[in-house]
Design a protein around this ligand. Structure first.
Ligand code: BEZ
Length: 276
């Protein structure tokens, strides 16, 4: 999914966790605002779904929670354990969001007060979200809360469109590796899984990338490989040059790239009546 050889086209979950920490601090810095949507008491049990390198899991523990962080990427989980493995009340497991109960443990159903997720759910293909939401419901206690933020409808659309056009000009098709739902699309899915939506917002959050002039190129290398088919190094570089040229006038300001992030944020509660 990220930061691997874009030239070879999309592959599975090969993240470079160290580069992610170096270049993408903004992901978890913005995520701190999402953690604030959780009411935490001492000992509140939280599952951090798509915990990455664990910074927000750690933040939740600092605020009193006991946290299990789950991520599909072995490299992310290894780095999270390296950094925070000794922290009391915090553990990390590797596992697939589509089979959360298996990842966290079958004895964990109905044991979490909250499931939290920041900037992770959009990596999961749309049709698979029913399996994800089923797992979230099963892990939550009745009355437990699911708080999440993901890329919303038209997230990073200028980048997706510029890549599509540059590829099209060269006779290639672009891929769409992400799922960016609207409120109208996602909230019925939550409710179909016994997760009653109490609040949902879709909003623009223009985001300044790290890396100055290289920021967009670095972002594409870190996150964007799923957009590209198999390309030679030369063809890949030419597409990225073209993307930069297309976006420069609107999105390169005072030496930094500013990207059109849009967020879907919601808070939903597991209703008492839902079974398991
Ligand atoms: C996001 O957080 O919205 C995002 C990050 C990487 C790729 C696409 C979207």
């Amino acid at each position: 999914m990220a930061n691997h050889e874009a030239r070879e086209g999309p592959s599975e979950d090969a993240w470079n966790a160290a580069d992610y920490d170096d270049q993408c601090a903004f992901v978890y810095e913005y995520g701190e605002r999402v953690t604030e949507l959780l009411d935490l008491d001492e000992g509140t049990r939280v599952l951090d779904l798509g915990c990455g390198t664990g910074h927000l899991s750690r933040e939740l523990v600092d605020r009193g929670a006991r946290v299990v962080g789950v991520d599909r990427s072995a490299e992310m989980v290894a780095r999270a354990r390296d950094r925070y493995g000794g922290v009391e009340g915090l553990r990390f497991v590797q596992g697939d969001a589509r089979d959360l109960v298996a990842a966290v443990g079958t004895d964990s159903t109905r044991t979490f007060d909250a499931v939290f997720s920041n900037a992770a759910l959009h990596w999961i293909p749309g049709p698979a979200h029913d399996a994800v939401l089923d797992g979230v419901r099963r892990l939550l206690k009745p009355g437990g809360v699911f708080v999440a933020e993901l890329g919303g409808r038209k997230n990073v659309e200028s980048i997706v469109e510029a890549v599509r056009r540059e590829l099209d000009d060269r006779g290639y098709d672009a891929e769409q590796p992400w799922y960016f739902p609207s409120i109208g699309e996602y909230t019925p899915r939550l409710e179909a899984h016994g997760l009653e939506v109490r609040d949902a917002q879709l909003f623009d959050r223009p985001t300044t990338l790290d890396g100055d002039a290289e920021g967009l190129r670095d972002w594409l290398a870190m996150f964007g490989d799923g957009l590209f088919p198999s390309l030679s190094d030369e063809a890949y570089d030419a597409v990225v040059d073209g993307v930069e040229a297309r976006l420069e006038a609107d999105q390169y300001r005072a030496g930094s790239w500013v990207v059109d992030y849009r967020r879907l944020r919601f808070r939903a509660v597991r209703t008492e009546a839902t079974p398991e």
